[in-house]
Ligand binder design. Structure first.
Ligand SMILES: NC(=O)c1ccc[n+]([C@@H]2O[C@H](COP(=O)([O-])OP(=O)(O)OC[C@H]3O[C@@H](n4cnc5c(N)ncnc54)[C@H](O)[C@@H]3O)[C@@H](O)[C@H]2O)c1
Ligand SMILES: [Zn+2]
Ligand SMILES: [Zn+2]
Length: 380
């Protein structure tokens, strides 16, 4: 695909083949890629330095068709899932398993790691919403897809599943805790599902789209509420907990949150802050004193308004990150194998790569009860 500017994406048949540029590279022929809520921030023009002509796509699997001279762990013919973070495996951050914060993959920045297809802010790499993609550090990220695994599950292990899992993990959930997840997109759905794995006693999901709430209610066995029908979501959450608030709140919405006119104006229309912080406000204000707020929703690099006074006075712990996919992959593979997580159940749309523009439109506007869209290249 080819980004032509905000809201303008087209399939382009004349893209040059990617080449090996470094001995540690591999070239991957894409079998499946996905469109993610993170891609919408690019599509809507909210991410700085998103260049015309770039190819998005950080969730993909494929077959290795070429490797650089020093690649040892994977070979031509291997079918691999490729974590969305680009990580060198050697720097100080990778050594701490902070694969979402690798410095070598994006050395121009101390504020973000490297990500496939996610603007020059995260390194300027082309992504996998394509037929072929260059994958740096091929011995580090790409993981061979087990024979028994469905490719639809595999592609969701490159981001959605580990991100949802890490959202729950960062919540520090204790046995019996009440966990509120803001957002019933794929990330929130997975966070709600995974909250139980850490011992949650009650899981509540908040969104404005009934079809997604219905899905997550069944998929993650949780309580759901549509915030459009609530006068004040924060007051409501306190009322249905013990009047003090939830133990853990998860922001799985990020920069494009709806629900508050001022935040929408400042963060989404005027671009005066790094996104709309409505869901984050709600998370901070509806967690109980001493509670934990876990943020996986993505925000822009510039400042954003948050109720910091409440964070301090309530003694809240905030944990946030781009998910460390490589760290979590072995465990996620086991969870899929044991039937604990069924990622592909979230896939509602399969769209030929040639129709990528339409795919973005449907996912962006949440048309046709869309939850997760998979793009299929013509040669796959
Ligand atoms: N940290 C990471 O590693 C990571 C990885 C993947 C995605 N993300 C981010 O996670 C977020 C969610 O991704 P997704 O693919 O699920 O996106 P999505 O667009 O499919 O879902 C977002 C959902 O939030 C809902 N929403 C909007 N305002 C809300 C509010 N105020 N309260 C509750 N819900 C609200 C929307 O109706 C929508 O259903 C995005 O910001 C994305 O960039 C982060
Ligand atoms: Zn993603
Ligand atoms: Zn590194």
């Amino acid at each position: 695909m080819n980004f032509r500017g905000p809201f303008r994406i087209r399939a382009d048949r004349d893209r040059p083949f990617p080449e090996i540029e470094h001995p540690e590279d591999a070239i991957v022929k894409v079998i499946r890629s996905c469109i993610c809520g993170s891609d919408l921030h690019l599509y809507h023009g909210l991410v700085p330095d998103t260049r015309v002509g770039s190819t998005f796509g950080h969730e993909f699997i494929g077959e290795i068709v070429d490797v650089g001279s020093s690649v040892e762990k994977v070979k031509v013919g291997d079918r691999v899932m490729v974590p969305f973070n680009i990580a060198c495996g050697k720097c100080a951050f990778c050594k701490q398993e902070l694969y979402g914060q690798c410095h070598e993959a994006n050395p121009q920045s101390t504020a973000a790691g490297g990500i496939f297809g996610y603007s020059h802010t995260t390194g300027g790499y082309n992504g996998g919403q394509a037929e072929y993609v260059r994958v740096p550090y091929a011995d580090v990220g790409p993981t061979v897809i087990p024979d028994w695994m469905d490719p639809d599950d595999a592609v969701l292990l490159t981001d959605v599943v580990p991100t949802g899992y890490q959202a729950a993990e960062m919540g520090g959930i204790q046995e019996g805790d009440t966990v509120v997840v803001f957002g019933a997109g794929p990330i929130g759905i997975m966070a709600a599902k995974c909250a139980w794995l850490f011992g949650a006693g009650r899981v509540i999901v908040i969104d404005q789209l009934d079809y997604r709430l219905e899905f997550v209610k069944e998929f993650a066995q949780c309580e759901v509420y549509n915030f459009k029908h609530l006068e004040d979501p924060v007051v409501f959450i306190k009322k249905i907990t013990d009047s003090l608030g939830a133990d853990v709140c998860i922001d799985a919405v990020g920069a494009e949150a709806a629900g508050d006119t001022m935040n929408t104006m400042l963060g989404r229309k005027l671009l005066m802050q790094g996104g709309s912080t409505t869901a984050l406000h709600w998370a901070i204000n509806s967690v109980k004193k001493g509670g934990i707020v876990s943020i996986v929703g993505v925000y822009g690099p510039i400042d954003a308004l948050v109720p910091i006074g409440n964070v301090v006075n309530k003694g809240i712990t905030i944990r946030a990150s781009q998910a460390s996919v490589k760290r979590l992959l072995p465990k996620m593979i086991e969870h899929v194998k044991n039937g604990i997580i069924d990622p592909k159940a979230m896939i509602t749309h399969r769209i030929p790569l040639e129709e990528v523009g339409e795919g973005y439109h449907i996912f962006s506007k949440k048309l046709d009860n869309c939850i997760k869209t998979v793009l299929i290249p013509p040669s796959a």
